[in-house]
Design a binder for this molecule. Structure first.
Ligand SMILES: *Cc1c(COP(=O)(O)O)cnc(C)c1O
Length: 465
């Protein structure tokens, strides 16, 4: 039996993995979730304990994607995705102290955890499109890590062209080069004469009216609501949990959070049966989720730019998936809550709020605290954290915990990617890994485009032939 998906807004159900993979937002404006979540028994988990990473990833992914791919094909895609990681353990753990651990998710080609999902997603899209005899154009806007991870994930795809917009002059040099030096005939970078919001607006408008594309072509989004990305992120929770005592003993995780994709995958691992005592939602000064989990206040505030740019987000797109469960899968109640949130502020009943706090705790750190944490962990343990990871470690410490339960802090990026924060912490920025230094020798390829929809669609229409 292959798994079926329904929309959180109640207007769409019975979708297969392929449709969900290609669709992004559901037609009713909701997000796709499985009609029923697979469960892992204690015996299942025990049996998975010693599996190599890629094997575990295959087992877990096939629970969600069976039917969409021949099993050996799925296995091959996953193995080749993780074969490109620079560490043999794929997601190694480093112990700090007192049962505090750092889960290194930055050994992929772009040095951030998004590679875990996007490497596989590029291969999955390629397979599904080949089966349908179609090509697609992936279009996205980025201010940070997603663009480069998506480009790297798609550069071997024969059925996919990919075009990523970034605001000209408004991304760091490392981030720009990570995108513009990716080689591939199907890779296109556009520098928009505008800011990140302009880029996002252009992308949205292009998705809304795709008539500029040749017949039979479609745009595909690989943003953080893409369901396949969530699935691939469940795996490292299970892998790390099993390494540190599960299923017999519980573990906790602290997760630097932006769009809530990563920590939602942790929630799914818990629902599936991994004994997770607590999930800590760690935010920077863009702290709507901390205000909500800590104080039942779901209200949007102004965007702040911080040292952890991948978490500079006003509304976390994947949070709706969790709220859908919290509201007992009642689409009506969810829609009311989201509308109230958008209109100024929303609150849960006390009993629902307590239900949420059974699973999640939260804390927030500003830039000064983030830098102090980078310095402190370096001094005490000789481990250099990137600013996103430092927000997570700080949050874990601020929330306090049962010392019997290991605390696993997700390290979402390599510190060399965010050297500004490392320097602000008074430390010497580490060198970029050799693989990236070599990539940066290649010529940069990008085109500048006016902040104008007609200018953009003229270029896109020309790419997709
Ligand atoms: C994307 C990203 C995050 C936030 O992850 P979400 O799934 O959006 O919550 C955190 N850290 C880094 C380095 C990232 O690239």
């Amino acid at each position: 039996m292959s798994m079926k998906y329904l929309s959180t807004r109640g207007g769409c159900s019975g979708q297969g993995f392929e449709e969900v993979l290609l669709t992004g937002l559901a037609p009713d404006g909701g997000l796709f979730v499985p009609e029923e979540l697979p469960r892992l028994s204690t015996a299942d988990l025990r049996e998975m304990r010693d599996l190599p990473y890629a094997e575990l990833a295959w087992r877990i992914t096939s629970l969600f994607a069976s039917g969409a791919f021949p099993e050996d094909e799925l296995r091959r895609m996953i193995e080749s995705s993780y074969a490109g990681f620079a560490h043999p353990e794929i997601a190694p753990l480093t112990a700090l102290d007192d049962g505090e651990h750092v889960l290194e998710l930055f050994h992929g080609p772009t040095l951030a955890f998004k590679d875990f999902a996007l490497q596989v997603l590029g291969r999955m899209l390629d397979h599904v499109l080949r089966q349908k005899g179609k090509r697609a154009l992936i279009l996205g806007a980025t201010s940070g890590d997603t663009g480069s991870a998506a480009l790297e994930g798609c550069r071997h795809s024969s059925q996919v062209d990919i075009c990523i917009l970034h605001p000209q002059g408004k991304v760091s040099e490392v981030q720009r080069k990570q995108m513009t030096t990716v080689a591939g005939e199907n890779i296109f970078n556009l520098a928009v004469e505008g800011n990140f919001d302009d880029c996002q607006r252009l992308v949205k408008a292009a998705f809304a009216d795709q008539s500029f594309l040749p017949a039979g072509r479609q745009l595909v989004a690989v943003n953080s609501i893409n369901w396949a990305r969530i699935v691939m992120q469940i795996v490292y929770y299970v892998h790390a949990g099993l390494r540190l005592g599960a299923p017999e003993n519980p573990v906790s995780f602290s997760v630097p959070t932006g769009n809530f994709g990563d920590v939602y995958a942790g929630y799914l691992a818990r629902e599936m049966g991994l004994p997770i005592e607590r999930l800590i939602v760690a935010t920077n000064e863009n702290d709507i989720l901390h205000r909500f989990i800590g104080g039942n206040d779901y209200s949007i505030s102004a965007l702040r730019h911080t040292f952890s740019p991948s978490m500079d987000i006003l509304v976390s797109s994947n949070f709706e998936r969790y709220l859908f469960d919290l509201f007992g899968r009642d689409s009506e109640a969810l829609a009311q809550f989201m509308a109230a949130g958008a209109a100024g502020g929303a609150k849960l009943s006390d009993s629902r709020w307590r239900d949420m706090r059974e699973v999640f705790d939260s804390a927030s750190a500003d830039d000064a605290t983030t830098c102090a944490t980078i310095a402190e962990v370096w001094r005490d343990h000789g481990v250099l954290l990137d600013p996103h990871t430092a927000v997570g470690v700080r949050a874990a410490r601020d929330c306090g915990r049962d010392l019997q339960v290991p605390m696993i802090c997700l390290a979402t990026a390599h510190p060399a990617k965010f050297s500004e924060a490392v320097a602000a912490a008074g430390l010497q920025a580490p060198e970029l890994p050799g693989r990236l230094q070599r990539q940066f020798q290649r010529p940069e390829r990008y085109r500048v485009v006016e902040n104008d929809l007609a200018a953009l669609t003229a270029i896109l229409g020309g790419l997709a032939v």
